[in-house]
Design a protein around this ligand. Structure first.
Ligand code: G6P
Length: 368
């Protein structure tokens, strides 16, 4: 009913708007006096010091959270971190022993492949740390450690607030473990924590720009193939942006690492093809820009996403530019995802799709 949706037309829209509050719930109990605290996680420092490698295991959007977290974990923990699809991991004879930490990410805590992959890792001696939204779910119960995202119930099939809170909780976990290991530069630690605390308010300002995103959706909803390109964290962000769009609007879309375009995908660019160019990761902005110019010169229509830091350069080359506030580079995807979710939502709305229950998809996949 409309009341359940808080007066909004769809659960997805309601849940998109709930993100600042959801993030606040994820973050605020876990930062005290400028330090990350994890009262709900009893990790023995000696155990953490012995971790030789980390697997992040998940499906769907939760896997895309892992894609972002891999970069952040390797930066903050200096431990090899691999992201694996649960359905692949479970049958891959994985190289796991007692020094392996398996981090499993699941909104529902009931995804069968993720559950089975977690058990496989445990059977081989790993400890499993689960990042879960649904309290008391199967994965939460069977993991060795569990931390909750506290996003509240998510109803729309396409995840939004669960994705955002998972992403943030992984950042907090990276800070917490990196601090234990002494692998984070103290200044960087302080800077990231301060930036984390500002994210909910900055997200609010991204949401306030929704009319602009709705306008771009009305301009581009008729495309039948869309490419998301970016490097590093923007590549990981593009994977989620692309999945969101295809899930609910049924438009074919692909995420590509910008530097890989010339090895194949660029052959699909023709005059008018829509490319969403993600240029929010400032350290690689110039590289991302040169790939964008390559697709532009082959006739692509470029919708760009960037921050205030690079806006001027971006606007010179893109057909349209969406600008989000600046945060610490590792947190930039937490803001970048907002316009991408809104874009998918408004495109699907224009196309008359069943947004909360897209065809063939389920909220939680409990069969193989
Ligand atoms: C389904 C949902 C996705 C979700 C994936 C993993 O495919 O439609 O939104 O990302 O399952 O679900 P989980 O509950 O394990 O995060």
């Amino acid at each position: 009913s409309a009341a359940e949706k808080g007066g909004h037309p769809h659960f997805m829209f309601k849940e998109i708007l709930e993100q600042p509050e959801a993030l606040h719930k994820t973050i605020s109990p876990r930062i005290r006096d400028g330090r990350v605290v994890m009262d709900d996680l009893q990790l023995d420092p000696d155990y953490v010091k012995n971790i030789s490698r980390i697997f992040i295991i998940a499906c769907g959007s939760s896997y895309h959270v892992g894609m972002v977290a891999k970069y952040t974990f390797e930066r903050l923990l200096r431990r090899p971190t691999e992201v694996v699809l649960a359905s692949e991991f479970r049958y891959s004879d994985p190289l796991v022993d007692e020094t392996t930490l398996a981090i499993v990410i699941s909104q529902s805590g009931e995804t069968l492949d993720t559950m089975a992959a977690m058990r496989e890792a445990q059977r081989r001696g790993a400890k499993a740390l689960a990042v879960v939204n649904v309290i008391g779910s199967s994965i939460a119960r069977d993991a060795d450690h569990v931390i909750y995202t506290w996003a509240g119930p998510e109803i729309a099939v396409a995840t939004t607030k669960a994705y955002s809170t998972q992403l943030m909780l992984m950042n907090l976990l990276g800070l917490y473990m990196g601090d234990m290991l002494g692998t984070i530069d103290p200044q960087e630690y302080t800077d990231i924590v301060a930036a984390v605390e500002k994210i909910p308010a900055q997200m609010e300002s991204c949401l306030a720009d929704k009319a602009e995103i709705q306008y771009y959706a009305s301009r581009y909803f008729n495309h039948n193939s869309i490419f998301f390109i970016g490097r590093n964290l923007d590549y990981a962000l593009g994977m989620e942006g692309s999945l969101k769009l295809k899930e609910i609007s049924y438009i074919h879309s692909e995420a590509y690492a910008s530097g890989e375009l010339k090895h194949g995908t660029i052959s699909l660019i023709e005059p008018g093809t829509l490319v969403v160019a993600l240029g929010t990761y400032e350290p690689l902005f110039d590289k991302a820009m040169s790939n964008m110019v390559e697709v532009k010169s082959r006739g692509a229509e470029v919708l760009a996403l960037t921050t205030e830091l690079c806006r001027d350069k971006m606007e010179k080359n893109a057909d349209a530019t969406i600008c989000i506030p600046v945060t610490h580079p590792v947190l930039q995807p937490s803001l970048g995802i907002i316009p991408l979710q809104l874009f998918s939502y408004y495109v699907a709305l224009q196309r008359g799709c069943d947004i909360d229950k897209p065809r063939n998809l389920a909220k939680s996949v409990t069969v193989e």
